[in-house]
Design a protein around this ligand. Structure first.
Ligand code: F0G
Length: 472
């Protein structure tokens, strides 16, 4: 087996990425910058940047699916990575010292119980929790850390609700870079925190929430030796967009009707939107899947904006608003998406509007029950990921998804990312009781419709058989 050491992966890559530029997405600006400039937002207007991969320079795009498919059996580290396999559409040239843990290549599962629960004939789950650090962040991090290494960064830094941190810590360790992560104190699952400690990151527990950590990232971004790895960084998005390519490859290039993702800081939805858009522009597909984003009710600034656009009948235009009301005190037990001021909301909104998808909210109860149903299909995910199945059920109920349409939910994190939540749900002790300021308890417990608590049983064969009989 090849060693996934980055040094071993220093091989030639035949990409068209040399022509790529960084471009401001705002139609009023559109300024472009060199691909190796260390910037995160447009220096001219402060708008979000994305990588323009110069798709018009891609030769014989029609041959790409066959080329990508042929790499499946290769032992070359670049081919074994489910991100670098698509390197023709990544902004790097032949000499890029790629930093890979063989990310991507995640399964697309059929989920019959989930389908029934959501009111669909069939449902597929794209399990991004099957990545090396057990979340979807790895597909972006391999690219961002490769760019950091190319730029000669000394230290990589991110703000995180836990998964970005674990992923960055791992890839920084592979690249032998110093890594510092900013986490909202006491608001991170212990499993995610444990990963970051293990991978050797400097763990800064900040007295504040995720949005405070993001504000600090904005201040640190001025330091030239620091490289920021949050999804505001367009290189993260480049890696994550390849998930759209992998989904299409797994669907044998038949475009699904709907792709549904959770929404937090909005990098993932932006990335999938970009990936599907690039496939359409290259003529490899004939339409976009409808991309829908699901937010937790207590942390849903973009869903609120979308609802107001819908009520004004303004979801059909690309002329999206430039103001959003952020949520000052986001609340949800799905800590991964406990975010009130998502940095990539403009990119995500553009992707949803272009594809005619939706942005909606789901309640804590809906998230918890959907999570348990996903578990019953033998799959399992973390709470934030389960917003998808809860959201699909609502969209089916509202007639926005039809029962016979093809639907893919993107599960973003592994079930073991938040074992306390899972255990509390099944034992009936999951509580959304206190407000962040320690205020009056709301309805304290989530009554799980699919609880499965352990049973204390005498050490006898008969007792076990009785228990099996009772639960037949
Ligand atoms: N699901 C999981 C499991 C996540 O960890 C995140 C984000 C999301 C969904 C939302 O994705 O931010 O791209 O819209 N986690 C970030 C983190 C914020 O720091 O780990 P998004």
């Amino acid at each position: 087996m090849n060693d996934p050491n980055p040094k071993a992966a220093r091989r030639a890559t035949a990409t068209v990425g040399a022509e790529a530029v960084q471009r401001c997405i705002l139609p009023s600006c559109g300024a472009s910058y060199g691909i190796r400039e260390q910037i995160y937002v447009c220096p001219r207007c402060g708008g979000p940047l994305e990588i323009d991969c110069a798709l018009e320079a891609v030769k014989q795009a029609r041959d790409l699916p066959t080329l990508w498919e042929s790499r499946a059996a290769s032992r070359d580290p670049r081919d074994r990575s489910g991100v670098w396999r698509y390197r023709e559409l990544l902004p790097f040239d032949d000499r890029a010292p790629i930093v890979t843990l063989f990310e991507g290549n995640t399964p697309l599962y059929e989920a019959p119980r989930g389908a029934k629960y959501a009111g669909l004939s069939a449902l597929h789950l794209k399990h991004q929790g099957c990545n090396p650090t057990s979340s979807f962040k790895d597909t972006g991090m391999t690219v961002a850390v490769t760019q950091a290494a190319l730029l000669g960064a000394r230290t990589v830094v991110c703000a995180s609700t836990g998964n970005t941190a674990a992923s960055l810590a791992a890839y920084a360790a592979r690249a032998e870079l110093q890594c510092a992560i900013l986490l909202p104190q006491g608001q991170i699952s212990s499993a995610k925190l444990a990963q970051s400690m293990d991978y050797g990151a400097i763990v800064c527990e900040i007295a504040g929430n995720f949005d405070d950590c993001m504000r600090l990232i904005g201040e640190l971004a001025d330091e030239p030796f620091i490289y920021i790895a949050n999804s505001i960084n367009p290189f993260r998005i480049e890696g994550q967009k390849t998930v759209a390519f992998e989904i299409l490859q797994q669907c044998e290039w038949r475009v699904p009707d709907h792709v549904v993702v959770p929404g937090g800081n909005m990098g993932n939805s932006s990335a999938l939107g970009k990936g599907f858009d690039e496939m359409l522009r290259l003529g490899l597909t004939v339409r976009l899947p409808k991309l829908s984003v699901i937010q937790a009710e207590g942390a849903a600034p973009l869903a609120h904006l979308f609802a107001s656009l819908e009520s004004k009948g303004a979801t059909d235009c690309e002329d999206f608003p430039d103001q959003i009301d952020f949520v000052q005190h986001p609340r949800t037990l799905a800590t991964a998406i406990k975010i009130g001021a998502p940095v990539s909301w403009k990119k995500a909104l553009r992707a949803v509007l272009r594809s005619h998808g939706s942005i909606i909210t789901v309640t804590e109860q809906e998230i918890a029950d959907a999570k348990a149903i996903i578990g019953r299909d033998g799959i399992g995910c973390e709470p934030a990921s389960a917003t998808t199945v809860a959201g699909i059920r609502k969209l089916v109920g509202a007639g926005k998804i039809r029962a016979e349409e093809s639907v893919i939910a993107v599960l973003t994190g592994h079930v073991l990312k938040d074992p306390d939540y899972v255990s509390n749900y099944h034992r009936g002790t999951l509580s959304f009781g206190l407000t962040e300021q320690g205020g009056a308890p709301k309805p304290p417990h989530i009554t799980g419709a699919f609880r499965n608590a352990p049973e204390k049983i005498a050490a006898s064969k008969n007792a076990i058989l009785e228990s099996l009989e009772r639960r037949r």
